[in-house]
Design a protein around this ligand. Sequence first.
Ligand code: IFM
Length: 452
Amino acid sequence: MTATAPSRAPEGSFPTGFRFGAATAAYQIEGAAREDGRGESIWDRFCTLPGAVANGDTGDVACDHYHRWEEDLDLLSALGLESYRFSIAWPRVQPDGRGALNAKGVAFYRRLVEALLERGIEPVATLYHWDLPQARQLAGGWAVRETASYFAEYAAAMAGALGDVVEGWVTHNEPWVVAFLGHAHGVKAPGVRDWRTALTVSHNLLVSHGLAVDALRAGSDAPVGITLNLTPMRPVAPKDVAAAVRLDGHQNRWFLDPVLRGTYPEDMVEHYERRFGTLGFGELEVIARPIDFLGVNYYNPAAVRAARRVAPLEAELVTARPPTTAMGWTVDAEGLHEVLTRLRRDYGDLTIYITENGAAFDDERATDGTIEDPSRVAYLADHIEAVRRAIADGVDIRRYYAWSLLDNFEWEHGYEKRFGIVGVDFGTQVRTVKRSGLWYRDYIAGVRGGAA
Ligand code: IFM
């Protein structure tokens, strides 16, 4: 690896205990979809639906991380990363999503976590990053309350199997995506298109989070949190303010309020009940179990316009203006600072982990094999600087995870969208640290007072 541009943050500009890391998710990197007793997940099934995923791609092989995990942990070490957020595939450790554990699956995560600890890297495990066992889906999936109880059993089993070595737990990753992209828009597994179902799913996911908090605490002393994807909603014009408040309610407050205040936002309950009838969601005290940190995934802000014809929210997102990423998402680091300071203003003193932040770009490999990705370097530099400013403004932020360690299976976009700070050639599985990975390594070294 060669040297890169100097880091911007002076030594000591992050508080003691702050850690830099990278994040991944099981289905996006592991592969080995039918090996060692792993059960089928809703994503395995979704990928078989014609037209569901770009190019008919699947997670069958992905980054082959299940076999190459040691090499991948060596990359984490080489980059000087201090924490690693990965996810446990529920169907790998409990193939039917209930009952007996799969010893080989559990052993895989045990080896992974122990090897992280040997390398001095903090292991932070996410329990649910979208790969529900298909057997649970056949029994009603997240639309039935029973699935929340099974999730709590799974959480208890993981606390029992890994609670002595995992150093942080995330119950759910982005429940908004699971509920609404998976059950209202149908663009993600399980591909359902029904808003009323999506609302029930959002509630059952939140209940399952609270139940899992209890289960994890019973078997592990590690901090527990939930990860929400938060997006500043910006009205295009003054006439769009109400629509932006509604989309903020739909995506951000619908999850923040029950978890942190024990209530659903009244404006949204009214809005939904006018269209779908009484919701009658209970168990708010379970959802609001105290957590040790809030995980925040931030990628971009959104521009919102009122649109009466777009049911049920009567609002729409406006195509982003450049600069944008390969996903078409606006590049705007100020939005991250806005999210972080808003959390403190509206929800009080929370401990925050930035559990994902990053960007997809159409990287080009030079003839010598190197990958120069200046746009991603700039994205990371500007967003980490926004984190630093939020800390200086009094927000308690303890972790920053770049999304992602590796180029990987980007859900319905298949392998076309590359988010990695390490490039993956999916033909050969060769990993190449991109310029952004080198920059991140040197930045961390600079903050720690080492040679950049
Ligand atoms: O790849 C996803 C990840 O699984 C969840 N958060 C957003 C990322 C980029 O789309």
